[in-house]
Design a protein around this ligand. Structure first.
Ligand SMILES: *Cc1c(COP(=O)(O)O)cnc(C)c1O
Length: 461
């Protein structure tokens, strides 16, 4: 489609509708109090616009719903598996296609076959579950972003790129202690910062030089391809599909959470070129996920995923998706709302530390902002700051706080419309104009791991 008009339109019409959780301000106050001021503990029905995550929260197309009906539920050799396999092979060029129930299962299986205790796994930046799986198996996960890319204000096009100098150093120092290099596309830190094709080609060359396999964590491969098309010199005339094809063909394999660019609500994939490694992984798969032609999914899930992987590279869709993220960012930017720059592929990050400078870190400015957005307009974002990444004081160590206090507004795929985005901007701007009144929060109760999910809090004012 030509994009000659300025209004962003959703490139679909709606045939199944779902009511939103419309509440009054008084009802939201009661709900948030009941949830101990932790939006993770709200009932989703109490949320109007849910921007907690883009994982498994998107809408399937009519063709995907139809595909569910033709899913083949045979235990072994399902027709739906062979359809998925052929779609994934055409997309990636990778020979062995192994379905899993989620991305993290693919990661666990890959690393349990590949990793020995003490191994070092370099990446641009490991996603939380990837890091957790590497560390659980005794490996050391190292993140190698460029220093400039870690500055939230640096307006650089490819803040997901691997620092090639740092990667060469690690490969030289660690030698055969590196079982693989991982590149996460897009890098979730900062809301989906892309990795350039030029950078991935250079990483491939380094992997060849040091004879180390390259794996992609490809959850957002389509968004990464689109941002390459938009931002990388020399790539603007290629299609997102061509860019995705080249991206996957640079790698020896991939893990993929299908809950993102697979456009399904559950599912994952592991792709591997090396047949011997793939056999090890299939053996492991049978133990934890199921027979290799269904891997923890129903036949209908495989069918819907095969369809989703084809739809996600549609350029009208990708144009609309990025335009709506950009639209929210640009409007808030005009109002002076502090955010991480530039906006990535799937989220906008508000800088709560700069939003509410009157609140010290140990009063959780990100929580203050998330809760204010909910109370003001029923919008649910997520704190990505000292509640999520901090740690309580111990007898020997002081309290640990995060470097940045952020609030992530993550956009589910094909789910909300332009008027929802206008409403969101209105809610954020209202909170922005009254920001000096945001109360700090005290942490009343926490668990030793992943405290953000279960913490109980109370406002201080
Ligand atoms: C979501 C995600 C994962 C984990 O996938 P699940 O399907 O949630 O298990 C891994 N890597 C990235 C980049 C992701 O976004």
């Amino acid at each position: 489609m030509e994009h000659t008009h300025r209004t962003i339109i959703e490139p679909f019409r709606i045939r199944a509708v779902e009511p939103l959780g419309i509440t009054t301000a008084a009802e939201r106050e009661v709900a948030l109090k009941r949830a101990e001021f932790n939006p993770f503990l709200l009932h989703a029905d109490e949320v109007l616009i849910d921007l907690l995550t883009d994982s498994g929260t998107g809408a399937m197309s009519a063709a995907q719903w139809a595909a569910l009906m033709i899913g083949d539920e045979s235990y072994a050799g399902s027709r739906s598996f062979y359809r998925l396999e052929s779609v994934v092979r055409a997309l990636t060029g990778i020979r062995n296609v192994i379905p899993t129930h989620q991305g993290r299962a693919a990661e666990h299986i890959l690393f349990s076959a590949l990793l020995k205790p003490g191994n070092v796994v370099p990446a641009n930046a490991h996603f939380d579950t990837t890091r957790a799986n590497v560390e659980f198996l005794g490996g050391i996960a190292v993140d190698l972003l460029y220093d400039e890319a870690m500055d939230p204000q640096a307006d650089l096009p490819f803040k997901g790129d691997v620092d090639l100098g740092k990667l060469r150093d690690v490969l030289t120092r660690e030698g055969s202690n590196v079982p693989c290099v991982m590149v996460t596309i897009t890098n979730n830190r900062g809301g989906g910062q892309p990795v350039s094709l030029g950078n991935m080609r250079a990483v491939r060359a380094l992997c060849d030089e040091f004879k180390v396999p390259l794996f992609l964590d490809a959850a957002r491969f389509a968004e990464n391809s689109w941002l390459i098309k938009m931002r990388e010199p020399g790539q603007g005339d290629r299609t997102a599909t061509e860019i995705a094809h080249e991206t996957f063909r640079l790698a020896d394999g991939f893990t993929l959470s299908a809950k993102k660019d697979g456009l399904v609500n559950i599912g994952g994939l592991l792709g591997i070129n090396n047949d011997a490694l793939a056999e090890l992984c299939r053996t492991r798969l049978i133990l934890t996920e199921g027979f290799p032609t269904y891997g923890g999914l129903a036949g209908r899930d495989l069918e819907a995923l095969a369809q989703g992987l084809q739809e996600v590279l549609d350029e009208d869709y990708l144009h609309y998706r990025h335009a709506s993220v950009r639209y929210v960012f640009d409007r808030l930017d005009k109002l002076g709302v502090p955010m991480m720059r530039p906006p990535g592929g799937h989220a906008v990050y508000l800088d709560a530390g700069a939003f509410a400078p009157h609140l010290p870190k140990n009063q959780f400015p990100g929580v203050a902002l998330v809760n204010a957005l909910y109370l003001e307009g029923g919008v649910r974002g997520v704190e990505v700051g000292s509640l999520m990444f901090g740690k309580p004081a111990t007898p020997s160590e002081p309290e640990e706080l995060a470097a940045l206090e952020l609030v992530r507004l993550t956009f589910p795929r094909r789910t909300y419309t332009q008027s929802h985005m206008d409403y969101l901007v209105e809610v954020v701007s209202h909170v922005w104009y009254h920001r000096d009144k945001l109360p700090g929060y005290a942490l009343l109760e926490q668990r030793p791991v992943l405290r953000a999910f279960t913490a109980k809090l109370a406002p201080l004012a």
